[in-house]
Design a protein around this ligand. Structure first.
Ligand code: CDP
Ligand code: CDP
Length: 231
C-alpha cells in the first residue's frame, strides 16, 4: 500500500494555487481543501452580522457560532457552506475580497481555522492551498509548494475569472485588491505569508495550468515513493 501524503500549496493571490490543487487532488484521488474559502466564509459572516473587528468578545461569540462545511456536488466541484447555507458564489465577490485580509489577520480567527484545517487533514491524502499551510497548519507536510507570478499576470487572470462568472470588475480594481491583500498577508504578525522551509517554488507567470499540475503531480509521486527515514 502506498503511503498517503499531505500536499501544502501556498503563495500569492491568483498564481493558480486552487486550480492546481483541485486538479492534483483529482488525479491522486486526494481530498482538496480550500483554506481561503474558510477565511472568506468567516468574512461573509462578520459582514452579514456587523461583527466589529475591534471587539474581541463579538469575534469570539461569532467564531463559536460559525460552522463551515464543504460539499462536493454532482459536477465534482467543492462548494462552501456556512451554517448549512451555500455561500460559494457570495464569497468570491469583491465585497469579500476587499475585507478578507483584515479578518484573516485576527489571531482568534486564525486559531479557529487552523484547528479545523488540521482536523480535515488528519488522515492525510489531502491537498490544501492557502497562505500558511506549509508554515503553520502542516509544517510536517511531505510536499510543500510555494507559488509566485508577476502582478500584471495575476490581476489579468483574476479579472478574466470574475468576468466569466458574470462579475463586472475592472483590471485596476482587481490589481488594487491583490496588491492590498499581498501587503496585509505578508506583513501581518500572525502567520504571515512566506515560503516555508523546504518548499519548492514555482513561478507560474509563463506556464499553463496543465504544466503547473504536471509539475506538482511529479513532485508528489516522488514524495509518495521516496523511502521513509526511520523515526
Ligand atoms: O484565491 P485568492 O488568492 O484570491 O484568495 P484565497 O485563497 O481565497 O484567500 C483569501 C484571503 O484569505 C487571503 O488573501 C488571506 O488574507 C486569507 N488566507 C489566509 O490568511 N490564510 C490562508 N491559509 C488562506 C487564506
Ligand atoms: O488559487 P489562486 O488564487 O492562487 O489562483 P487560481 O484561482 O487557481 O487561479 C486564478 C485564475 O488564473 C484562474 O482562472 C486560473 O485558471 C488562471 N490561471 C491561468 O490561466 N494560468 C495559470 N498558469 C494559472 C492560473
Amino acid at each position: 500500500n502506498l503511503r498517503k501524503i499531505v500536499i501544502a500549496i501556498d503563495g500569492y493571490s491568483a498564481c493558480g494555487k486552487s486550480t492546481t490543487a483541485k486538479e492534483v487532488a483529482k488525479i491522486l484521488g486526494y481530498k482538496y481543501i480550500d483554506s481561503g474559502a474558510m477565511y472568506r466564509a468567516v468574512t461573509y459572516y462578520f459582514l452579514e452580522h456587523y461583527v466589529s473587528l475591534s471587539n474581541p468578545k463579538e469575534i469570539e461569540a461569532a467564531l463559536n457560532k460559525i460552522k463551515i462545511t464543504f460539499h462536493v456536488n454532482d459536477d465534482m466541484e467543492t462548494e462552501t457552506f456556512l451554517d448549512g447555507l451555500k455561500i460559494e458564489k457570495e464569497i468570491r465577490k469583491m465585497r469579500i475580497s476587499d475585507n478578507v485580509s483584515q479578518v484573516s489577520a485576527i489571531k482568534p480567527v486564525r486559531l479557529a481555522m487552523v484547528k479545523q484545517q488540521r482536523q480535515l487533514g488528519r488522515e492525510k491524502g489531502v491537498v490544501m492551498d492557502g497562505r500558511d499551510i506549509g508554515t503553520v497548519v502542516f509544517p510536517d507536510a511531505e510536499l510543500k509548494v510555494f507559488m509566485t507570478a508577476d502582478m500584471q499576470v495575476r490581476a489579468f487572470r483574476r479579472q478574466q475569472e470574475l468576468l466569466q462568472s458574470d462579475k463586472m470588475v475592472d483590471l485596476v480594481e482587481v490589481m488594487e485588491n491583490i496588491h492590498m491583500r499581498d501587503q496585509i498577508d505578508t506583513t501581518r504578525v500572525e502567520s504571515p505569508l512566506r515560503k516555508a522551509e523546504g518548499a519548492i517554488e514555482i513561478n507560474t507567470t509563463h506556464i499553463t495550468i496543465d504544466e503547473q499540475v504536471d509539475a506538482v503531480v511529479q513532485l508528489a509521486i516522488n514524495r509518495i515513493l521516496a523511502p521513509q527515514l526511520p523515526g
